[in-house]
Design a protein around this ligand. Structure first.
Ligand code: PML
Length: 299
């Protein structure tokens, strides 16, 4: 992990992980989780069950709520910086996602393989792909790998929500928060180069690319409303998980090491991305994946 600091805010308290999964038969409907002080556990359980019954994917026939006392304090991390890129249509958004992934070191082949997996949908966790050849590394775990045991402090949450409002991001605050927490934990694993996510909710059409070099780059409108495709792909640096045990350790970190976002890095204005530098455009230091500058204009 890149940031090994144990959060001061969490150190002295008994903290609980609260997780919710709701489904209908084999179909996943909704999921949510957080890390809470004991006094907030009942409130979190109430809020998560209300959320499970109010999902646009329909009513579940199974709702699983799990609360567990953490045996060790969570690792505190800083969130990735948030960017939102405006594009004209889903095709352009997907094209930008590929360009961003490539500029962060993912091969075109692996980016293409990821889009194919997400187009097919049906994942229960994230697919792990080799960032160079696009080969699937989670073959035995067909349903994918889960990033779990994560949360955000109340202070960081307030700061994030205020930042999103200030940046004019007025829809889907909770989703942005949940997804940013996941992406920040995933990006803190040195083996992971980047992530591509497209929401699998037919009513939510935003996706993102993320990584330690990229930040968290939102791509609204990456799919058409009504589409049930989507999911997550994590791109693994070539050679970092050659042996089974290394892969097991990464999967264990993603699923079992408690991590809390304790600090918000930045929430930036909505931008458009450009290739060559043109009049009125600027470069953004945070968006220099792989040493290449990405040019943007505030839109
Ligand atoms: C999901 O909740 O379905 C994934 C959300 C991805 C995008 C969240 C955002 O708007 O930043």
């Amino acid at each position: 992990m890149r940031q090994q600091k144990r959060g001061k805010e969490q150190e002295q308290k008994n903290l609980w992980s609260v997780r919710m999964r709701a489904g209908m038969g084999d179909v996943h409907i909704s999921g949510a989780e957080g890390i809470f002080e004991e006094k907030d556990v009942a409130k979190a359980i109430g809020a998560y069950s209300r959320r499970a019954f109010a999902h646009s994917k329909g009513k579940p026939d199974a709702l699983v709520l799990k609360a567990e006392l953490l045996s060790a304090p969570p690792v505190a991390i800083t969130s990735l910086p948030v960017f939102t890129v405006r594009t004209k249509n889903p095709q352009e958004a997907r094209q930008k996602s590929v360009e961003l992934l490539i500029s962060s070191g993912v091969s075109r082949r692996a980016a293409g393989a990821a889009l194919k997996i997400l187009r097919a949908g049906g994942l229960k966790g994230a697919a792990l792909l080799d960032a160079k050849d696009g080969g699937r590394l989670d073959q035995e775990i067909k349903k994918g790998v889960r990033a779990s045991m994560l949360g955000i402090t109340k202070k960081a949450e307030r700061e994030l929500l205020a930042g999103l409002k200030h940046a004019g991001i007025n829809e889907g605050h909770k989703r942005v928060k949940d997804a940013l927490v996941i992406a920040s934990k995933v990006a803190a694993a040195p083996e992971i180069l980047a992530e591509l996510c497209i929401s699998d909710d037919p009513d939510y059409t935003t996706g993102y690319v993320a990584g330690a070099r990229l930040g968290y780059i939102r791509l609204p409108g990456i799919k058409k409303t009504g589409g049930s495709e989507g999911g997550r792909v994590f791109f693994i640096k070539k050679g970092s998980v050659k042996e089974g045990r290394q892969l097991d350790r990464l999967i264990e970190y993603l699923g079992e090491t408690p991590v809390v976002v304790g600090k918000i890095s930045s929430v930036n204005d909505i931008i458009t991305l450009h290739g060559p530098k043109s009049k009125g455009s600027k470069t953004l230091d945070n968006l220099k994946p792989g040493g290449k500058k990405i040019i943007f204009k505030k839109s």
